[in-house]
Design a protein around this ligand. Structure first.
Ligand code: ATP
Length: 240
């Protein structure tokens, strides 16, 4: 079952100076700067979308908003499938957590894996937050993803290289075959050949299961592999 996204009226303003002694000064509009604004963005179920743009242009910020990790009350970030519609900007924190648990896989820039757990335990850890109901098929999928990523299932995650930890994080995002995967620079720690293999698995798994894929990336070699590329440029999101 697919999931579509519609974003309306998103405007991200940042304080001009992060370090300031005056909170009131920061609150006034003349002391903020526009990071980006977008009037409307729609993403169809099953699309593979790359978000590119220079460092600091707001790719991570936009991913965080699309995943409901960052709130902007004036915006709408509406995900809908055949049965449900959710505006992530309106959900409570707990409801947004539940939405992510059941619909989304996330690959964070800093991976956020559990270093004292094995690679396999990390990959199946989303089930830990769902009463540990890890079906056999999901465990088999976790093992298969680890084989494809050349990671020993029993290795302690803390002993893995950064590139290996990044692959564990990607396998964890895929294991539930969620409706949407958000991946922030998923190949940043990988050499070009490994990056290509990892993107092969990520794109193929998403395509085979109608998973919407949204990737923030600096890596221009990857862009042609996505069905759509959008660039953050001069505070606007434009077709690249
Ligand atoms: N909580 C915050 N408060 C103020 N400014 C912030 C906050 N979070 C991010 N920023 C600023 O927003 C800008 C965009 O950051 P973001 O991480 O979204 O960019 P990016 O395009 O993902 O960058 P990179 O490619 O380097 O990861 C940066 O200038 C950053 O300093």
């Amino acid at each position: 079952m697919g999931i579509d996204l519609l974003v309306r009226n998103l405007r991200i303003d940042l304080p001009a100076q992060l370090a300031t002694s005056s909170f009131e000064k920061n609150k006034s509009p003349e002391n903020s700067r526009l990071l980006f604004s977008l009037e409307r963005l729609s993403i169809a179920s099953g699309e593979s979308l790359a978000l590119c743009g220079p460092s600091g242009s707001g790719k991570t910020t936009l991913l965080n908003v699309l995943a409901g990790l960052q709130r902007h009350a004036a915006a709408k970030v509406v995900w809908s499938d055949a049965h449900h519609t959710h505006d992530l900007m309106q959900l409570s924190g707990a409801a947004a957590d539940r939405w992510r648990l059941h619909h989304a896989g996330l690959v964070f820039q800093q991976f956020e894996i559990f270093t004292s757990m094995s690679a396999l335990e990390n990959v199946i850890s989303p089930y830990r937050f769902d009463h540990w109901r890890c079906p056999q098929a999901a465990r088999a999928r976790a093992l298969d993803l680890l084989v494809q990523f050349a990671i020993p299932a029993t290795a302690m995650a803390g002993t893995l290289s950064r590139g290996e930890q990044q692959r564990v994080a990607i396998a964890r995002a895929l294991v539930r075959l969620p409706q949407v995967v958000f991946a922030d620079e998923p190949t940043a720690s990988l050499d070009p050949a490994t990056a290509k293999r990892v993107m092969d698995v990520l794109l193929a798994t998403c395509a085979a299961n109608a998973v919407t894929l949204i990737v923030a990336t600096h890596d221009s070699a990857l862009l042609q592999r996505f069905s759509r590329v959008l660039k953050l440029q001069n505070a606007q999101l434009v077709n690249a």
